[in-house]
Structure formats: structure tokens, C-alpha cells
Design a protein around this ligand. Structure first.
Ligand SMILES: [Zn+2]
Ligand SMILES: [Zn+2]
Length: 578
């Protein structure tokens, strides 16, 4: 870089060099002279305490060039090779030139000291090649002066999870350049700009004629307004992808025929954490600059799907799992079920067994729904009385609705999924379906009102479960809805029905029902231990204390445990009938 040397700097407090102020020094090998200047950005403890400044050495060099109006000298060309000004090294790649120049310095006995140092070098994120600054014309959006506003706009967003706001703040605080939006690659959105061939005047396209490609379309003026020249050069740069994707809310707005005005500002930006600096931040910038408002109210930041070993998936490493294949092999619902298990903001390794769990859950939804709905063929929705276990289940589902609503509102879909999943498997399928079966099968023996109470409960609890899991498993829930609920609920699709509402029930039944469930589980365990069928008849002796508590549960309890008789005594006892 000696060829590009434009000045030598020292720290103004550095007594060793204060006497050199205003003097000049000769650049070795090249023999031209450069000024010696004082600047506070020099670290006097680093090396000799003297810094050689080349126009494009690093960011400080660029700042010095601007501040002290130093000449612009380019030692490295766009091809990554040394330029003409480097003399005999011209055409050499950077590393080769570095070796050659050290050799020459040594030969000329100009090298007084040489030691290995460690320093941070900016590299290309994909291939690790060190980055060199080069001189080129680019398009920028000016925002370095808006740091304070940018931080304020970030505070005005509702962050889910909150700690992701730190990434936004750190990015803003660390900004050193305005936003460079131009790229020199063939594909992308063109800048609608021409230049006057004579005076370089910038000619912008008429907004009404957009989109415009200046390489094929004619400029908006016949002659340059400045010099009357009639020849124009089209801008060949394209707009960087983040500069266009930062307009997604506005683009989506133009695509909607329904209330486009209502769509902006939007309620939510869901995205992953790796592009907070690019996509999220830039969308805020564009929205604020164009519309003086944030583009959305909430942001929900998800994590990454990692490979099974917890490593980042990448094409070059060959550890990619293709979603399309998973969808074909299992189902979209199974894949969604898995991805909805990720905690907001946290990465999650991909495990095929979790997809299988999703597939099984989808099957369970389908089978259990078919079973439940097969009892609802001749049913009208009006309930007159509710049995104990029906109060119990609906009370539980009310709690589930409250929780899931809150969790979805906070974008904690993983918690909502877990809650509905557990409820459906355990409370609904394992417990309630087994209990209500006898009542809805045998209305002649158990009573029509009792059967209808069960049907009412089945209808509403299943529908609520389906609605709550529908955002995560949209296909299987829609299929079930279409097959049965549509004709009762009137909405064309489950996805446009109202969110489940809590039903009026007697909450006191929840505790009583829990006690009854406890007894059922004990009987099941007893039969498992004795290695007999779940249908094996027993005589059930309950604790006297439970008599009043369980009075509305006895008939169901009897049926589900296959108890021939339920008695009351001092303690709980289960006896097999021989
Ligand atoms: Zn690279
Ligand atoms: Zn002109």
C-alpha cells in the first residue's frame, strides 16, 4: 500500500513526534513526499505510534481523506490486483505484491523491524476473503444522521421476544456508513436513472412511468436541463435486494383489493433473527422515510432450524433438509407441527422423530374426531342439562381457551400448541372420550338427556380444540370441519370461523371431576398391574368422604371402570369380579 500513501499521522499528545508537525516525509521505494499530521484517532501505543494513511486502507483512512482533503490514490483495482500507481507491482494480486514489496524493502535495507501481529480484518462472510476498500460510485440512502430516531422507532415496536431488540439497537449503534443500495450485478430492480453524457446531470424517470429500465427505456426528458445535451447514459447498477424487500408491507398493500389502506401500517412482521439488521431495520427506515410511521406494531422473531447435530444448515455443507420432501413423505401439517414447537427467538435442531410425532398427532386428531362425530349424527345443539363430567371438561376447555388466546396473542405459538396437544391427547381422548362413550352409545339405558349432554360437550370441546390447533395444522382441521362442522357452523372454512369462546359452566365441577379422574386412573393402573383387560368387571369401593363430592359422577365412573357395583366405605378399594 506504500504507493497509495497520502499522509503520516501521529497522536497530538505524543511528545515523540510533536516536533514533526507540518513537516514532510519521503515514502520509501517510491521517493515521493507526504505531509506529517496530528490526529486523535491514532493510537500512540500501537507499533511506532506513527500511522501511514492510504486513501482506502480502512474506514479511518477514508475519514482522513475526507476531513483533510487528501488526494485519492487507488493502489488496488476492482479486479483485486495492484494498479499502475504501484509501479513494478502493477497487475500482481494483493498477497503476492505484499511479499514482493517486503523483499524489496529488505534488499534496500529500509526494513528496520518485522514481527507478526494479530488484528481484526473484515472478511467476506461467505468465503472469508479479506475485504479491501476500492473507490467507486454508489447509491446511498442517507440515514447515519438518523441513529437517534432509529433507536426511538425500535423502542416503539413490540418485540417478541423482547431481548431481540438488543440486536436491532446494536446494529444501529454500530452503523458507520449510510445505506449503500446499489450493486453491480446483472439481475435486480434497475435504478430509474440516466446521466447526461456531457455534464453528468442526473435525470430521474417520471414517477408515472415507473417501472422503468433505463437500459431499454427512453429518458424522461428530450435534452439535459442543464447543458441541453441530447445524449444520455443509462444507470447500469441495480437496487440491492434489501432495498426492495424493505418495501414488502407497501408491496403487499398494493396486491390487495380489499381495504388496502387498512393494511398499512401492518400488525405484525414475523421473521428470523439473522436478518434483523437487514430486513427488519431497513423496512423501518423505508416506512419512516416515506410515511413517517413504523411499518408494523409487533415483530415476532423466530429462530433457525438447525441440523440434527445443532449445526447451521447450509447447501455447501450438505446438511440441508428439504421441506418439500418432508411434506411429501409425511404432511405439511406434520412439518408445521414440528416447526411450531420452536420457542420464539430460539434455534431448534431438526429431528425426524419430531415430524413423526406430528404425523401421529394429525392421525389422532382425525381418528378421535371421526369417533366423536360418529355419535353426533342425530344431534341438535341445544343442551338442557349438563352432567358432572361435561361440566368438568367444558370448564377445563375454558381454561385452555384463555391460555391459548393469551399465548397466541403474545406469538408464543409453541406454548399454545403444547397446551392444546396435551389437552387433546390426555384430557379429551384418554379421559373424556372413554368416559362419555357409554353414555352416548346407550342412551336407552343411560337416558336421552344424559346422552345429549355428552353430545353437546363433544361437539363444542372438539370444535374448540380444532379451532385452536387450526393455525398450526390447517389441513387436517379443515378436513374435519368440512366433513361435519360446516353444515352446523355455516362458515365456509374453519379458518374464517370465530375464535373459540368460553361456555358458561359450573366451575366447581372441575375439582370434583379431577378426583373422579384420579380414581379412574387408579383402576386402570390396578388392571394393568393385574394384567387383565380394561373391560374386566370390578367392584369399586370408594371412600365415604367422596360420596357427596362424586355424586354427579358415579354413573360415568361405574361405566368407564366396568364396575358392577360402587360401594362406599372407609377407604378406596378395587376388587376384581371372579
Ligand atoms: Zn467471497
Ligand atoms: Zn448535461
Amino acid at each position: 500500500m506504500l504507493a497509495a500513501c497520502v499522509a503520516v499521522f501521529y497522536h497530538p499528545d505524543d511528545k515523540r513526534y510533536q516536533s514533526l508537525n507540518g513537516k514532510k516525509t519521503i515514502v520509501p521505494l517510491y521517493e515521493f513526499s507526504v505531509p506529517i499530521m496530528a490526529d486523535k484517532r491514532v493510537d500512540p501505543d500501537k507499533g511506532s505510534g506513527l500511522v501511514m494513511s492510504c486513501t482506502f486502507g480502512d474506514l479511518t483512512d477514508c475519514e482522513w481523506q475526507k476531513q483533510y482533503k487528501l488526494p485519492i490514490k487507488e493502489a488496488i483495482g476492482k479486479d483485486g490486483r495492484m494498479t499502475k500507481i504501484s509501479g513494478k507491482y502493477a497487475g500482481m494480486p494483493i498477497t503476492k505484491a505484499r511479499e514482493a514489496i517486503i523483499e524489496d524493502l529488505q534488499e534496500a535495507k529500509l526494513l528496520v523491524n518485522k514481527k507478526a501481529i494479530k488484528r481484526a480484518v473484515n472478511v467476506h462472510e461467505r468465503c472469508g476473503t479479506p475485504i479491501e476498500f476500492i473507490h467507486s460510485k454508489q447509491w446511498f440512502i442517507k440515514y447515519l444522521d438518523l441513529k437517534k430516531d432509529l433507536l426511538k422507532w425500535g423502542r416503539e415496536l413490540n418485540w417478541h421476544p423482547l431481548h431481540m431488540k438488543n440486536r436491532y439497537d446494536n446494529w444501529i449503534k454500530g452503523l458507520q456508513w449510510d445505506w449503500c443500495i446499489s450493486r453491480q450485478i446483472p439481475f435486480g430492480i434497475p435504478f430509474p436513472v440516466w446521466y447526461c453524457k456531457e455534464c453528468d446531470e442526473i435525470i430521474l424517470a417520471d414517477e408515472k412511468t415507473l417501472p422503468v429500465d433505463p437500459t431499454t427505456d427512453k429518458p424522461s426528458v428530450k435534452a439535459c436541463p442543464k447543458c441541453k445535451c441530447k445524449d444520455f447514459v443509462p444507470e447500469s447498477d441495480i437496487i440491492n435486494t434489501w432495498a426492495t424487500s424493505s418495501l414488502t408491507p407497501q408491496i403487499v398493500q398494493t396486491l390487495s383489493s380489499v381495504n388496502p389502506k387498512k393494511l398499512f401500517p401492518m400488525s405484525l412482521r414475523p421473521q428470523a433473527h439473522d436478518i434483523i439488521s437487514f430486513w427488519l431495520c431497513n423496512t423501518v427506515v423505508k416506512s419512516q422515510l416515506h410515511h413517517k410511521t413504523n411499518p408494523w406494531k409487533d415483530v415476532a422473531i423466530s429462530g433457525w432450524a438447525l441440523d440434527p447435530k445443532g449445526k447451521k444448515m447450509s447447501k455447501s455443507k450438505g446438511n440441508i433438509v428439504e421441506p418439500q420432501k418432508i411434506i411429501e413423505q409425511y404432511s405439511a401439517d406434520a412439518l408445521r407441527y414440528w416447526s411450531a414447537s420452536s420457542k420464539l427467538g430460539e434455534d431448534m435442531p431438526f429431528q425426524e422423530k419430531d415430524i413423526i410425532t406430528g404425523e401421529k398427532f394429525s392421525n389422532k386428531l382425525w381418528n378421535a374426531s371421526n369417533f366423536a362425530l360418529s355419535h353426533l349424527k342425530t344431534y341438535n345443539q341445544k343442551e338442557k342439562l349438563l352432567c358432572g363430567f361435561d361440566h368438568w371438561l367444558l370448564s377445563k376447555i375454558n381454561t385452555l381457551i384463555t391460555n391459548a388466546t393469551e399465548q397466541f396473542t403474545q406469538y408464543e405459538y409453541a406454548q399454545a400448541r403444547l397446551g392444546v396437544d396435551m389437552f387433546f391427547r390426555q384430557t379429551f381422548c384418554d379421559d373424556y372420550l372413554e368416559i362419555v362413550k357409554d353414555r352416548v352409545y346407550n342412551s336407552d339405558r343411560r337416558g336421552v338427556a344424559e346422552a345429549n349432554s355428552g353430545r353437546y360437550t363433544l361437539y363444542h370441546s372438539l370444535l374448540s380444540c380444532l379451532k385452536m390447533i387450526a393455525p398450526i395444522m390447517p389441513h387436517v382441521t379443515e378436513e374435519i370441519y368440512q366433513a361435519y362442522y360446516k353444515k352446523h357452523e355455516k362458515n365456509k372454512s374453519i379458518h374464517i370461523t370465530d375464535w373459540p369462546k368460553e361456555l358458561t359452566v359450573d366451575k366447581t365441577y372441575e375439582k370434583k371431576g379431577d378426583r373422579a379422574i384420579e380414581i379412574i386412573h387408579k383402576v386402570r393402573k390396578f388392571k394393568t398391574d393385574k394384567q387383565v383387560s380394561m373391560k374386566a368387571p370390578v367392584i369399586l369401593t370408594l371412600d365415604q368422604k367422596d360420596k357427596t363430592l362424586l355424586k354427579d359422577f358415579i354413573e360415568d365412573l361405574k361405566a368407564v371402570t366396568s364396575a358392577q357395583e360402587v360401594k362406599f366405605d372407609n377407604t378406596l378399594q378395587i376388587d376384581l369380579v371372579d
